[in-house]
Design a protein around this ligand. Structure first.
Ligand code: ACO
Length: 328
């Protein structure tokens, strides 16, 4: 069986920092509430003239460079995003043009916060099948563009950013690469976490804009409970599929939605919380970008190295969930 490895990683975050203290001036909230309920202290917010591909392109370039490739070597670009530049063309096509990946096929994938893990699974299978030799998988989001900045229950949680990896066929001297992936969804829960307006179901009208129907809505406590259950199950499934146990893992990179979700998942899996990578304190929830941003951070900070076994586990709107077991 062909091996598919992570050959390079990259991330790019907007410069502007929005702190909990800034939010105290915008809505009726407090730094204490946000930290206690979510673990988030600050998040990065893109300027209004910046779109998802503007964040994705520099993250992609870093991933391509760290893989030792040139943009024209890239054969496939998948962008996981729920805040694309436009309905169409895909954000992946904008990235392709911006980085000069002239030979790459390109498309977007919508699985909300699970978009990156879904993309990783697709890319791995495309490469294993022999259709492509490599793929750039990106998570890129501008959630600030779909946040209702008057809704304190959601506006304190999200941030903007992009992360990317390059997957290639395995070569000598690298780990086993992507060992297993898993994806799931339950569309009966779609109303608990969505951004309903602006698609064909709820078309743009002046009312839709004045009522902010294009914005994200979330039933937080329902989402919380299903997120914990789904992430625990997705972790157990992937460990069993990969034939390993939690003791074999060097690091778990969970979707960065809420520190209490991460603590509950660790506890239910019987794992030490220190094994779980956390950067939501600085980035907030960057949806499909959260796992590749964290992976790049962990890799560049030396928290993981070649040969380490890493579990990625995501949960998001849909609901969707996914997990991947990777030996770096
Ligand atoms: N500041 C102060 N008070 C607030 C705020 C705020 N920012 N937001 C809500 N409150 C109030 C509520 O109004 C409520 O008050 P009430 O009891 O008087 O009605 C109270 O705080 C408690 O609200 P809850 O929603 O029950 O708070 P909870 O402890 O559940 O925390 C949170 C809310 C942080 C949203 C949590 O439920 C959560 O993290 N949910 C899951 C998020 C998630 O996993 N999302 C999935 C990925 S995102 C994606 O796919 C796009």
């Amino acid at each position: 069986m062909n091996r598919v490895v992570i050959a390079g990683t990259g991330r790019f975050l907007p410069e502007k920092v929005l702190t909990n203290f800034d939010l105290e001036k915008m809505v009726h909230t407090s730094n204490q509430w946000i930290v206690e309920r979510s673990g988030i202290h600050e998040r990065r917010i893109a300027e209004p003239n910046v779109c998802a591909s503007d964040l994705a392109a520099p993250a992609a370039m870093l991933a391509v460079q760290s893989a030792g490739l040139k943009p024209e070597d890239v054969e496939l670009i998948i962008v996981g995003t729920s805040t694309p530049d436009m309905h169409f063309p895909s954000t992946a096509c904008f990235v392709q043009a911006k980085i000069g990946a002239t030979k790459a096929a390109a498309f977007d994938l919508l699985a909300a916060c699970s978009g990156f893990v879904y993309g990783l699974s697709l890319a791995e299978n495309f490469i294993k099948s022999g259709q492509f030799n490599n793929a750039l998988v990106i998570g890129a989001e501008i959630y600030s563009s779909i946040i209702n900045w008057e809704d304190r229950s959601t506006c304190v949680l999200f941030g903007d950013g992009a992360g990317a990896v390059v997957l290639t066929k395995g070569t000598e001297g690298r780990g086993r690469g992507v060992i297993a992936t898993h994806m799931g969804a339950d569309g009966t829960h779609s109303s608990y976490l969505n951004a309903p307006g602006g698609g064909s179901a709820h078309r743009f009208t002046p009312d839709l804009i004045s009522e902010k129907k294009y914005c994200l809505t979330m039933k937080g406590s329902h989402t919380f409970k299903v997120a914990v259950k789904s992430m625990v199950e997705a972790s157990e499934t992937i460990l069993a599929k990969g034939g390993v146990t939690a003791k074999d893992l060097k690091l778990v990179i969970p979707h960065q939605a809420n520190l209490r979700i991460i603590s509950a998942v660790a506890k239910q899996l019987g794992m030490d919380e220190s094994l779980f990578y956390v950067n939501l304190d600085k980035c907030g929830n960057t949806a499909s970008a959260s796992i590749p941003i964290a992976l790049d951070e962990a890799f560049r900070a030396g928290r993981v190295a070649k040969g380490d076994l890493v579990l990625l586990v995501a949960f998001g709107g849909g609901y969707t969930w996914g997990s991947a077991l990777v030996e770096l």
